[in-house]
Design a protein around this ligand. Structure first.
Ligand code: ADP
Length: 759
């Protein structure tokens, strides 16, 4: 009955057909069905389970015999008449033993055994072959295919029962073991799952607790930050609303102290000298704060360079000790890199400050520093504003005074002109008018010179022409020059000079200017008929000059500022004493340029004054110099040594014509041009010996006129006449080819002397 085995696709016992076999149980031809064991269902150890034995035989009688033999074995006999049917049963059912007829129709028993062994679930299912043959080859093949036994039919009853009983028992035990191990595994898994769930629950609880703690701390921090912001915004709005931060500081600090819970505090503010003074303190005894009432430096208050210090065993700043605080936060308030205030807050009741206190105090300190600095700047600006207003006022006063001082000499000049016009024929009238006009013009020229000197000295443009100078001679000449003024006011003038020379190193003209100014003031500020005294003497290494009067004196409050420009004592509306308030400032500057100093003493108004000048004196044995340069102009030459051919180039007719007339009167030949073009034409016609050229000419300026004249008439000597006498003007004039440079108003005698020297 050996048949060729069906191809795998044909037999029903492959893995693919298992699912469909389970899905369509009607194809299963078993006579009894049993549900497969449920692993989830707990089964007690030893619980009897129905056990299936699959009997496969194409002979119903054999099956009948087998069933009868095993009826009391405790096993349930599942029968199949073909291998295919048996395989289908095995797809859905687990059996403890297969009793397999070797000779089956279709697929043989051996082929079936091969398929059973090949399948995972039935690999270990015991197979007992039933066969009538005792062919050894068949036996070998059968064992090779996994048979556990061979029984030859007719099967001895006892042997079959015993073998089946053995396999049933083995299966039962296996089953029990398998189920128990499944139960154990299930229990273990449940235990594991419980443990995991428990761990998870604990972890979630802990995470929740941590999250809640974090939230709590966050809320706390926010709350604290809010409180700090409240402190800061309170301080800021307080500072903004006040115009005097210093006055508001106590109230601000008191509030900050309450908010920080640091009841002892002190605030210091730096003065202009940088010294810190206590503005206010709170919570401590008065005498405690007094100990830090005024201190040199922030370190003296705060200690070291640490901006803040907290308590709890850390060293406390000196201010904490003074306040009797056990913990303290202190810090300097800085503006522009300088300590302008210090803040200290502490407590006697707490042993440590809050860790956030330093940061809060830093912001408070910063706001206070800014506000104090703002107040300082405002005060400074207000001060500057007041100074500017004062300067503006002084400038207005000065301009009014200048107008007054210039107009005063103009009146006599204009009167003199009228006198000359109407009564010029009278020699006596003519003489007096001319003298008055000459005096006033010199006075005006001197005012303008002084003004120019002040501005030149201030801008450092004045250079001294230093020589070894005999101060005795200088004083003598200056007194002589001022004699006319002194006499006009009927003063008695006493002069005390050393017998021998008293030498200094200096500029004769400038030193004379100093003496003349002081003597002129003494004469001016002493009512007519007063007493003046000029004394010069050596005192050690110094030459001491004093100019004393018994005049109106100087009020003490004025004495200190009297050497500043434009400072004058109050005068009546008539300004009868005149002056621009610059003479003494010139004196001071010139004396200082000589390395000396000047001072004034006055017992008070109406009690006279004494001005004292001290200059470094040279050793007595220094060689005596040649006589000093004359300080007064040389007497006018009546006649020129040689008449010259002179061209005057000047656009202002009055200057041109009067100058022309003066020169003609002295015998010179004079031609006049009112501008550059006219001058060049005249020069072309006949080159002049000397050309006096105004610099500020219209159309072509004096420098250019000079350059063109040099081309037309190279031998002509050029002299510049100008209103500008600065070093730069002189340099340009000399570059343009001018031999000399005269500043207007020109002294006719100086001009004559110059013309005589031009060769
Ligand atoms: P000015 O005399 O042109 O006003 P000064 O600079 O020479 O300018 O003097 C400044 C001020 O000092 C004078 O206006 C005057 O009030 C005061 N002063 C100067 N000299 C004397 C003096 N000898 N006696 C009293 N006051 C004087």
């Amino acid at each position: 009955m050996e048949n060729s085995p069906p191809s795998p696709a044909e037999h029903p016992f492959d893995e693919r057909s298992e699912a469909s076999a389970r899905a369509s149980p009607e194809r299963n031809t078993t006579r009894e069905e049993r549900p497969r064991p449920d692993p989830e269902r707990p089964v007690a150890i030893g619980e009897p389970q129905p056990i299936d034995v699959l009997a496969v035989d194409d002979d119903p009688r054999n099956l009948e015999v087998t069933r009868a033999l095993l009826s009391r074995s405790g096993a349930r006999i599942v029968e199949a008449s073909t291998a295919e049917e048996a395989l289908r049963i095995l797809l859905t059912r687990e059996v403890a033993l297969i009793l397999l007829d070797v000779n089956l129709p279709g697929m043989s028993g051996l082929e079936m055994a091969k398929l059973v062994r090949a399948r995972e679930r039935t690999r270990h299912t015991p197979i007992i072959f039933l066969t009538a043959s005792s062919d050894v080859r068949l036996l070998e093949r059968g064992y090779a295919l996994g048979a556990v036994d061979f029984l030859t039919t007719p099967v001895p009853e006892q042997a079959l029962r015993a073998k089946v009983a053995f396999f049933i028992e083995a299966h039962r035990k296996n089953e029990v073991l398998r189920r128990n191990s499944e139960l154990l595994r299930a229990a273990h898994e449940r235990e594991l799952a419980r443990n995991v769930a428990e761990a998870r629950r604990r972890w979630e609880e802990e995470a929740l607790r941590r999250e809640m703690e974090r939230d709590r701390r966050l809320v706390e921090t926010l709350h604290k930050a809010n409180e700090r912001l409240k402190i800061l915004s309170g301080v800021r709005s307080d500072l903004l609303s006040t115009e005097n931060v210093r006055e508001r500081l106590p109230a601000i600090c008191e509030r900050v102290a309450t908010q920080l819970g640091l009841e002892r505090w002190a605030v210091h503010v730096a003065g202009p000298d940088g010294r810190l003074s206590l503005v206010a303190a709170g919570g401590a005894q008065d005498d405690a704060a007094e100990r830090v009432a005024s201190l040199d430096s922030a370190e003296a208050i705060l200690g070291g360079l640490a901006p803040w210090v907290s308590g709890r065993g850390e060293p406390l700043p000196p201010v904490a000790a003074a306040l009797g605080a056990a913990c303290c936060v202190a810090r300097p308030c800085l503006a522009g890199g300088k300590v302008i205030a210090t803040l200290a807050f502490g407590s006697a009741e707490r042993d440590a400050c809050d860790p956030d206190d330093p940061a809060t105090l830093e912001l408070v300190g910063y706001a206070i520093a800014m506000a104090l600095d703002r107040d300082r700047l405002i005060a400074e600006l207000q001060g500057r504003n007041a100074e500017l207003r004062e300067a503006d006022h002084r400038k207005d006063q000065f301009l009014a005074m200048l107008a007054h001082e210039l107009r005063n000499p103009l009146a006599p000049v204009s009167n003199a002109v009228r006198l000359l016009q109407e009564y010029g024929a009278d020699a006596r009238v003519r003489e007096r008018a001319l003298q008055a006009a000459g005096r006033q013009v010199r006075h005006m020229a001197r005012l303008v010179d002084d003004l120019l000197d002040v501005s030149r000295i201030r801008s450092g443009k004045v250079r001294l022409r230093k020589d070894v100078v005999d101060l005795v001679q200088v004083v003598r000449d200056a007194v002589q020059t001022m004699q006319e003024l002194v006499m006009s006011r009927r003063h008695a003038l006493g002069v005390s000079l050393p017998d021998g020379p008293l030498l200094v190193e200096g500029d004769t003209v400038r030193l004379a200017q100093v003496v003349e100014n002081l003597v002129a003031n003494a004469a001016k500020y002493t009512d007519p008929g007063g007493h003046l005294r000029v004394a010069l003497a050596r005192a050690g290494d110094e030459a001491v000059l004093s100019v004393q009067d018994d005049g109106i004196g100087i009020a003490p409050e004025l004495a200190t500022g009297i050497f500043e420009p434009f400072v004058q004592a109050e005068q009546g509306m008539d300004r009868s004493r005149g002056g621009l308030g610059i003479g003494l400032s010139l004196v001071k500057s010139l004396v200082e340029m000589h390395g000396g100093r000047v001072g004034v003493e006055s017992p008070g108004p109406a009690r006279g004054s004494t001005f004292t000048v001290r200059l470094p004196a040279l050793a007595a044995d220094t060689a005596v110099p040649t006589p000093a340069r004359p300080t007064s102009p040389a007497p006018p030459a009546a006649e020129p040594t040689a008449p010259r051919d002179i061209l005057i180039v000047e656009d202002i007719a009055d200057i041109r014509e009067t100058l022309g007339e003066l020169l003609r009167r002295r015998g010179h030949g004079v031609r006049e041009a009112d501008g550059g073009r006219a001058a060049l034409e005249l020069a072309r016609a006949a080159p002049p010996e000397i050309a006096l050229v105004d610099i500020g000419l219209p159309e072509i300026d004096g420098y250019e006129v000079a350059q063109r004249l040099r081309e037309i008439a190279p031998a002509t000597r050029l002299v510049a006449l100008t209103g500008y006498g600065g070093a730069e003007d002189r340099r340009r004039a000399s570059e343009a080819g001018f031999r000399a440079h005269l500043v207007k108003p020109i002294d006719i005698d100086d001009l004559i002397a110059l013309i005589d020297t031009l060769d």
